[in-house]
Design a protein around this ligand. Structure first.
Ligand SMILES: Nc1ncnc2c1ncn2[C@@H]1O[C@H](COP(=O)(O)OP(=O)(O)O)[C@@H](O)[C@H]1O
Ligand SMILES: [Mg+2]
Length: 225
């Protein structure tokens, strides 16, 4: 059961949106997925509250477990050592800081997805998150494998290609899928649904389907916890 951190020390890059909708994509293809919120801002927790107000027939994922509160580093370590085996995937949505909880999440995770918006400022800010992972490899036993994900790309621009070239300096693999800026993702979030539940015939849905396929391959590569 791969544990996947969704992290970037910058806010607003789409971490929570990716965490929620990747969870939806994986839930459709596997047995049980656990989405954990460790961000004190609690975006996933707020989404979960809205979800609880939805009519049950609008919620199609039946194999999701979602946390309703941000978790401390201690709670998280204990919970994962007890329960990680129950899930096919565990997705952890980190907050916008390279802090203690993020370090703990990296130490517990097999993979990290670092969403990055294709803007020069955001590309620059990714360095700190990557450095944290590299430093942890030498000092804190962190073995997480990082991947970059182009997120919030404006449709019809070449910024995605340009970002790929600029991101190459980090020597970290970049996922093939690009997540574009799509209003349906915003709307789905507000009503506590994933894109699969809110607009299954949308392009945003297709992008998360493609991301889900890429990530599903990681199931064979994770270490036992
Ligand atoms: N691909 C996207 N298309 C449209 N809106 C998006 C997309 N990704 C994020 N957003 C919106 O941008 C804002 C910040 O996104 P969020 O996922 O909360 O980022 P983070 O978790 O990195 O702070 C939210 O209002 C969210 O709905
Ligand atoms: Mg967030």
């Amino acid at each position: 059961m791969p544990i996947i951190a969704i992290a970037n020390g910058k806010g607003g890059v789409g971490k929570s949106t990716v965490a929620i909708n990747l969870t939806g994509a994986l839930a459709r293809k596997t047995e049980a997925v656990f989405l954990i919120d460790v961000d004190p801002q609690g975006t996933v927790s707020d989404w979960f509250k809205s979800r609880q107000e939805q009519l049950p027939n609008r919620l199609t994922h039946t194999n999701l477990q979602i946390t309703s509160l941000p978790w401390s580093a201690q709670d998280l370590t204990a919970k994962l050592s007890e329960e990680a085996q129950k899930f096919t995937f565990i997705i952890i949505d980190c907050g916008p800081a390279n802090d203690k909880i993020t370090r703990t999440v990296f130490a517990l995770s097999d993979f990290a997805i670092i969403p990055v918006t294709p803007s020069p400022y955001d590309i620059h800010s990714v360095r700190k998150t990557i450095d944290m992972i590299h430093e942890g490899k030498s000092s804190a036993g962190i073995e997480v494998k990082p991947f970059l994900l182009i997120s919030r790309k404006i449709v019809g621009t070449s910024l995605g290609c340009e970002a790929r070239e600029a991101l190459a300096v980090f020597n970290v693999p970049i996922l093939k899928t690009e997540i574009c800026q799509r209003i349906a993702l915003c709307e789905a979030g507000i009503v506590g649904q994933t894109i699969y539940e809110y607009a299954s015939d949308s392009q945003a849905n297709d992008e998360f389907e493609s991301l889900g396929k890429e990530i599903l391959k990681w199931q064979k590569q994770s270490s036992p916890h």
